[in-house]
Design a protein around this ligand. Structure first.
Ligand SMILES: C[S@@+](CC[C@H](N)C(=O)[O-])C[C@H]1O[C@@H](n2cnc3c(N)ncnc32)[C@H](O)[C@@H]1O
Length: 188
């Protein structure tokens, strides 16, 4: 097959690869085990900066270890703090903000992202995007809070003014109601 339709995570990575350039400043709003933070560190290069947030100390530890092993710790600023504080911590326009919603893989499922704080963080992220900047969100409607978050997110993003933002919602219509979805928002 010359081209294959792939998962929400795949699309998110593909968009970020095109949207982020060496020297950029970006945000990972949900650090988790640090896979996305490391991916972003590679994209921004030696002169770039990645701000990353998670509420769990374990996530910050895992990410710090992963970045140190890759020799990229100096490209990142890690906050053991909720992403709802993003706008208070990041003071410069950014090329991209990434959310991978839900819980820490292999961790406590009760510590999951929740719409009340996700909403505040998404508002902060939209305000931080530079012109052409990209917000990418992977959502997991296969569990109750994830479904609530996905629906509310779709409502919120649908109401963004088209003169300022382009909004894409990627989902596989025949993969069942729990299949991961990807939202991408670009500031004009
Ligand atoms: C699906 S995981 C992220 C996976 C991660 N991007 C990776 O590459 O490994 C979601 C993460 O969101 C974190 N989280 C939950 N509430 C949060 C909040 N208010 N602010 C920031 N992170 C939060 C969880 O602790 C969990 O680690």
């Amino acid at each position: 097959m010359a081209y294959e339709l792939k998962s929400a995570r795949y699309l998110a990575a593909d968009i970020l690869r095109r949207a982020v350039a060496p020297g950029d400043t970006v945000v990972d709003a949900t650090m988790g085990n640090g896979h996305d933070t490391l991916f972003l560190c590679r994209l921004v290069g030696e002169q770039g900066r990645v701000y990353a947030f998670d509420v769990q100390e374990k996530a910050v530890e895992n990410t710090r270890k992963r970045l140190a092993e890759a020799g990229m710790l100096d490209r990142a600023v890690l906050f053991c703090q909720g992403h709802e504080y993003m706008a208070a911590q990041v003071k410069e326009p950014v090329a991209a903000v990434v959310f991978n919603l839900g819980w820490l893989p292999g961790g406590d499922h009760s510590v999951t992202t929740r719409w009340e704080t996700t909403r505040q963080a998404v508002e902060g992220a939209l305000a931080l995007l530079r012109p052409g900047g990209m917000l990418v969100i992977c959502a997991y409607p296969g569990h109750a809070e994830g479904d609530r978050e996905r629906r509310a997110l779709a409502d919120m993003l649908s109401s963004l003014p088209p003169q300022q933002f382009n909004v894409l919602w990627h989902r596989f219509l025949n993969a069942g109601p729990g299949a991961p979805e990807c939202f991408a928002v670009q500031r004009q």
